[in-house]
Design a protein around this ligand. Structure first.
Ligand code: CA
Length: 232
């Protein structure tokens, strides 16, 4: 597995590269945003947001625009980075410095495992719920005939909710299916993604089930074209 470590602070990047190499990763280090964008393709990017030349979020967006490579963003404690912005710019996950090495490795493996699963599901057929159409092959979403641009995690969450639409999915179930069992961040991430999906869909298609979880309520809607009445 090839990993690109984007980190300008060599007191962090050198031991991290050595540690990750011992874990079996093939690690390239980029000390600037420009180097990161010039690097050859890898299986995962670990991206420090505090870079000397380019804004980390610009590097993240640029990498995301080029390929679906998984990106784990590294932020410094006290960075006033809005969680929503971080996920909207295309990051798959994030860690806050200082982080434990074991935890970081668990996160990297989890993201890689999920990416591998996503590749399997890309052969799944198109999913249609009411006026929502999800194509796992192209990872395109249309709602009310309009395309909706989603981040990878938003896509996975929406797909998870729309599969068996109408069924209530618990917070734990969603965290496990969309993130993974090693998730060590807050489940607030889930609420952030749901809020973002509601905003992008301009709809309350995702219903909150208090103290349980969420459900996709589109399955309750009348299927298109079935508006005949009983008055005959
Ligand atoms: Ca830095």
């Amino acid at each position: 597995m090839r990993l690109l470590l984007v980190e300008d602070d060599s007191t962090i990047s050198v031991p991290l590269r050595d540690g990750l190499t011992r874990e079996g990763f093939d690690v390239q280090v980029a000390a600037t945003g420009a180097e990161a964008l010039a690097a050859s393709s890898v299986d995962l990017v670990l991206l420090d947001l505090g870079l000397p030349d380019l804004e980390g979020r610009v590097v993240c967006q640029e990498l995301r625009a080029r390929s679906p490579v998984p990106i784990i963003v590294v932020t410094a404690r006290g960075d006033e980075i809005d969680r929503v912005v971080l996920l909207e710019m295309g990051a798959d996950d994030y860690v806050v410095k200082p982080f434990g090495f074991r935890e970081l490795v668990a996160r990297i493996r989890a993201v890689l495992r999920r990416t591998a699963q996503t590749e399997v599901t890309t052969h799944s057929p198109t999913l249609t719920v009411g006026s929502l159409v999800i194509d796992p092959r192209t990872r395109m979403v249309r709602f009310n005939d309009a395309p909706v641009a989603l981040t990878p995690k938003e896509f996975d969450l929406l797909t998870c909710l729309a599969t068996d639409a109408g069924a209530v999915k618990t917070r734990e179930q969603l965290m496990r299916e969309v993130w993974d069992e090693h998730w060590w961040g807050s489940t607030k991430t889930l609420d952030v993604h749901v809020a973002s999906l509601r905003r992008k869909l301009r709809s309350d298609a995702i219903e909150t089930i208090r103290s349980v979880g969420y459900r996709c309520s589109l399955a309750d809607a009348e299927p298109a074209g079935s508006n005949e009445d009983d008055s005959a």
